[in-house]
Design a protein around this ligand. Structure first.
Ligand SMILES: NC(=O)c1ccc[n+]([C@@H]2O[C@H](COP(=O)([O-])OP(=O)(O)OC[C@H]3O[C@@H](n4cnc5c(N)ncnc54)[C@H](O)[C@@H]3O)[C@@H](O)[C@H]2O)c1
Length: 355
């Protein structure tokens, strides 16, 4: 493996002998010729520290100390972690959201951050449509009722309709567009809100206020950034229709969770379908007790195929960066202002880098 040097020589040059890659993605296939075996063939050691829940930056610093690379899910890489891990050269995010990583601090520290675009957006779009259908057809409520011996088919238990509904997509990027394509078969009207939609095609672009006031189903597909944190807050929820269903497969922080729970409890909005939460797993008993929510454990982007593709891409990105090349899916191009990708070794001659 070839390590690249920072132009400013801010970081000490990593010693590849015994260098390790921290892998926090659960069930990373360490022996697979498409994943872990490529790292070991390149002379790297895998340090597996799988996690299914949030970690603190201090915990992460301890784990990542001495690592030249990290293959991660949503671990919190802030400036303190970069200070504690001066050998780190690349964080390969398995997935596309980078809200858990301080990209500016990463760039300044000469750490490339990569994502896996194209690997999980179909799965995330499928999951979104599944959640929309589950909420509209009240699957979770009825499933629970049947299991306890109840047979509730009418009155306040009557399922709702998707055909004829207006679906509002907040965020019309990779996933939002695929959701719209899938919904084309459901006889719904799709409206979208996104500041940078170039060609919305057959969907109508509206303001967020218009979308919230019009849509019976509001589905969130923005990244979590400073601008989108609590994008759907008390004021926005107040604008929603009383029969509205809120679907969130993006990030919990985009919705003000307390305000949403208040609205669901009081019947101010009808229902919600959520894959992401303010903290994960969600602890709020008020949320967990609500009958009118469908909950999934941040699995929107996860399927057998998407996971296989994501870990392969993330592994390839680590090797690409360590070989001094610019990887696909580089999320912080600004790192190139702080770093020159200069190869300083030649172990990759072993053919460890797959095409
Ligand atoms: N739950 C999961 O498992 C899962 C899986 C994949 C992605 N995600 C989340 O979904 C997000 C979207 O993924 P993507 O691949 O479609 O990203 P993307 O970058 O292709 O699209 C995001 C869109 O949101 C728009 N946007 C940004 N700020 C906005 C705002 N204030 N209002 C309206 N639109 C705004 C952008 O212009 C862009 O078009 C990711 O950032 C990630 O956090 C979650």
């Amino acid at each position: 493996v070839i390590i690249f040097l920072t132009a400013a020589m801010r970081n000490p040059e990593p010693n590849i002998n015994g260098a390790h890659v921290l892998v926090t993605w659960p069930e990373y296939p360490s022996d697979s010729p498409h994943a872990g075996a490529r790292l070991t063939a390149a002379g790297l050691t895998i340090k597996a520290a799988p996690t299914h829940a949030d970690r603190t930056p201090d915990e992460l610093s301890e784990l990542a100390a001495g690592a030249v690379a990290a293959i991660v899910s949503t671990d919190p890489f802030d400036a303190s972690v970069f200070r504690a891990c001066p050998l780190l050269r690349v964080i390969a995010r398995v997935g596309v959201g980078v809200d858990s990583i301080d990209l500016l601090a990463a760039s300044q520290a000469g750490v490339a951050v990569t994502i896996t675009p194209g690997a999980n957006e179909s799965t995330a779009a499928d999951h979104t449509v599944a959640l929309i259908l589950a909420a509209v057809r009240r699957l979770a409520e009825h499933d629970a009722a049947v299991r306890r011996g109840a047979w509730l088919r009418s009155g306040s238990h009557t399922p709702w309709d998707l055909a004829g509904a207006t679906v509002g997509l907040v965020g019309y990027g990779r996933i939002g567009r695929l959701v719209a394509r899938r919904l084309a078969g459901f006889e719904v009207r799709v409206i979208v809100n996104d500041p940078v939609v170039a060609s919305p095609g057959s969907v109508r672009r509206v303001s967020l206020e218009q979308l919230l006031a019009t849509a019976g189903i509001v589905s969130i597909h923005t990244p979590l950034t400073e601008e989108t944190r609590s994008l759907i807050g008390p004021r926005e929820i107040e604008l929603m229709r009383p029969d509205a269903i809120l679907v969130n497969t993006s990030r919990g922080g985009v919705v003000d969770q307390d305000a949403m729970i208040d609205a669901l409890e009081s019947g101010r909005i009808r229902a919600a379908a959520l894959d992401v939460f303010a903290t994960e797993p969600p602890q709020d008993q008020r949320l967990l007790r609500l009958p009118n929510v469908v909950l999934t454990p941040h699995t929107a982007g996860i399927s057998e195929q998407s996971v296989r593709q994501m870990v392969q891409q993330a592994t390839g990105s680590v090797l690409t960066v360590l070989d001094g090349e610019i990887p696909n899916g580089l999320a912080n191009r600004e790192v190139l202002d702080h770093t020159t990708l200069l190869p300083v070794g030649a172990a990759a001659q072993s053919g460890s880098v797959a095409p």
